[in-house]
Design a protein around this ligand. Sequence first.
Ligand code: TTP
Ligand code: MG
Length: 362
Amino acid sequence: MTSLWCAFSVRKIIHVDMDAFFAAIEQRDDPALRGRPIAVGSGAGRGVVMTASYEARPFGVRSAMPSATAKQLCSELLFVPARMDVYRAVARQIRAIFARHADAVEPLSVDEAYLDVTAAAALAPATAIARQIKQEIRAETGLTGSAGVSINKFLAKIASDLEKPDGLTVIRPEEALAFIGALPIERFHGVGPVTARKLHASGLTTGADLRAMGFDALVRRFGRHGAYLWQIANGRDERNVNPDRLRKSVGCERTFGRDLSSRAELESALLPIAQKLEQRIRDAAARPRTLTLKVKDDRFRIQTRARGFGAPILDADRLHEAGRRLLDEADLARPIRLLGLTVSQLEGPSPQPDLFDDNHDA
Ligand code: TTP
Ligand code: MG
């Protein structure tokens, strides 16, 4: 009786993440790059590494690293310029494969998604579905992805990372608690370096430590984030696979009490907008690469000016600085009644939002 009930109540979630996505596509399309350490991104000036092939990783070359540093670590590193249109087209192919197998698909970034296969798993085991998806990805795109299969999003995502590249890792319901118990708290989503330091200072290093501390003590010490940590440590993550989660843009704008005329006033008015936007970017777990400035003057004429970035633009200072540069491109002859900043092109890996970051209401 119990096992029957379990069979119907336990969800089956798969997380798929492509291996060295941009770099693997470049190696697929140019045989001369295969088997070699490559980085996608600009190798010139202040360029950054978008991703590195698995051959480059043993040298320590990583995403978001300045290209100059990467070259120092690996002198043979080949830089290949990004071809975003190609990557997006492959992302669409992969999503089409997911849609064939899952009841719900939630893309997290250009190369990863959560799949809810609970209903499909009544016909074939979730592990077999994951294997089939990996096969179809390989057959239709010539690329490999890694899959994690488990009972919730948290465990599925951790699982997909465990045997990269070309991995398939299953964390079964009966293994979940032991797995989380041994898991270092740094691996918990939402625990970045700041939170990790605080937890370590309280003697907490693993999921088992969090469980042992107990719900009440965790909440007393860490507020609602303590409650979240306790839930996760006990294998509870009820978040649904939500197909509509991915947003196209995030923005913030202000209409001023009086129209602003001086450049200095406009620049300082832009700062709180950038700060609010930083918070919204974090809340949306976005990795935006385009910033758009909106300017409305006293005659309600609207101008927009936009700029793209090689790496995600996330913090208020950079948003403010980029916004000020965009002001240079706008016609500011008339008094200004509204300024706005919007980021778009949100695709990219979701960051680990840190629960105790300054802007968070921890
Ligand atoms: P990831 O899935 O984080 O990395 P990856 O697919 O290259 O490698 P892994 O096998 O470890 O999953 O990101 C997917 C793509 O997003 C990556 O190929 C390039 C891009 N990207 C950036 O442009 N900047 C970044 O800082 C990161 C992390 C990724
Ligand atoms: Mg990936």
